[in-house]
Each structure stands twice: as structure tokens, then as C-alpha cells.
Ligand binder design. Sequence first.
Ligand code: ITT
Length: 195
Amino acid sequence: MKIIFATGNMGKLAEASEILGQGFELVTPAQMGITEEIPETGDTLRANSLQKAEYIYQKTGLDCFADDSGLEVDALGGAPGVYSARYAGDHCSFDDNIDKLLGELAEHPGEPRTARFRTVVTLLVGGEPHFFDGVVEGKIAFERSGTRGFGYDPIFVPDAFAPKTFSEIGIEDKNAISHRGQCLRAMAAWMAENL
Ligand code: ITT
């Protein structure tokens, strides 16, 4: 099945392609000539996920899905959360965000480094939204380890693979337990049953 994944994040795209497998052909907005940044003005993952999917649906009239994700760090009151992509400022790099997060956590010595990734995927079918949630628990490492993945992967240690970070385990192991893997497997199951 051919479907639009409303993302500009190539790390997410690589993971989604692997999770959904050969039965899906994922098309990005850029491949459809939609090159502007998709607005994300909500203050929840669900609102932003819906907003991204609806933006693409309105432009194309085609079924699509979007992923909004965030990293919640307990010692920082749940930050960066919905602001994970731009924690260190507009158009900052993944490295800038990691530096800021490790700097903020250094100001909370002795506090637990527990954290979790959350994703909300919105699937729009005929304009109707269907939501899928995923969460993976872990801890924030003191320094970066590993080279794979994207975003905060070099400092996120999922409980299931401790002490390895998401960047140290392969994409297959990450997808097997990740926030995104949970959402997209649930979405694929829903589609198999309902479409
Ligand atoms: P979209 O085009 O899909 O919106 P984005 O990168 O802006 O891509 P989000 O708005 O969902 O995505 O921002 C979430 C940020 O959280 C993302 O930029 C990463 O820094 C981080 N993130 C999300 N999922 C992650 C993962 O699986 N591993 C590491 N970091 C992740």
C-alpha cells in the first residue's frame, strides 16, 4: 500500500520503512513537491500529530499519517517533551539539543535520570483521524555513546537494553521496543483489520 508519511525527519522515515515492511510504500511530502515546513503549533503531541497529518491531507486529499514524538525527563519536570525538536532553539541541531539537555541535568545532581520517549501517530483515512500511542521507558546517560539513530538516541538508555543507548543497539532492536515501533505496529494492525 502506498501512503504518505507526513515527516521531514529521515531518521523517522528509515525506522517507519523498516517497521512497516514491504507491504507499505512510504511517500514523503518532499517527494510530492511539498517542501515548506509543516506547522506544529500545538502544545500536545496529539495536537501536533493531528496538525501535521491534516496539513498534508488538505494539500493532497490523500490518506496519510504523521508522527509527533517527545522525550520527557523527570528531573526536568517532563521537559523537553513536546518541544524536543527545538529545545536548544529554532533550527538547532540534534547535538545542540543533547548538549542543552546534559547541561540542564548536570544542575540536578543526585536526582533520578529516568525518562521516556512518547509518540502519537495520527492516521487520516478519508479525513477521519485514528490515533496510536507508544511509550518506552529509560534513563538519560551522562555522555553520548554509539553512532546509530538520530535525535536524542546517543544519550537514551532504554531499560530493556541497559546500559546500551538507542545509538548502540541496531535499528531492529530499537524498533522492537520503541515508542514509534509500538505506534506503527498498532497502526498496521488496525489497517489490516479495517481497510
Ligand atoms: P517531523 O517532520 O516528523 O515533525 P521532527 O524531527 O520535527 O520531524 P518531532 O516534531 O516529532 O519531529 O520532534 C521530535 C524530536 O524528538 C526529534 O526532532 C528528535 O530530536 C526527538 N526524537 C523523536 N523521536 C526520537 C527517537 O526515536 N530517537 C531520538 N530522538 C527522537
